[in-house]
Design a protein around this ligand. Sequence first.
Ligand SMILES: [Zn+2]
Length: 147
Amino acid sequence: MPPKVAESSVVRCPHCGRNNRVPRAGAGVPRCGECRESLPWVVDAGDEDFAEVAEAAPIPVVVDFWASWCGPCRMVSPALHQVATELAGRIKLVKVNIDEAPETSRRFGVQAVPTLVVMKQGKVVARRAGAAPAPVLREWVGDALAG
Ligand SMILES: [Zn+2]
């Protein structure tokens, strides 16, 4: 069994620098306790909690299916973090390790990593495979949100 993931993580506010505790799931979009700006929402999910963390999220979700042995995933991860920071309050980035979440990966038909999926209210609205730089990913996510 994979280790149980923490219920929250600490995120540094890109606006004022304060550290904030951000829950992995829940109906509220996280905001900074100091300056009230939206915080980047980047969390992990596995087979047991994907429905709660991703499908029930109150804002659109970008799912990053990745693996520890995948070189391009190490390039796409910081790019996605940048997109999640730029689009704070508008998207939630959910990272799924395919080796620890085989059921979810199978359900989404993930055949290569990284595979990225945009979901709105639990429904897939866009997907792509392979690495890309942050500006390309940001445009892709923006198009998916607008579409
Ligand atoms: Zn702040």
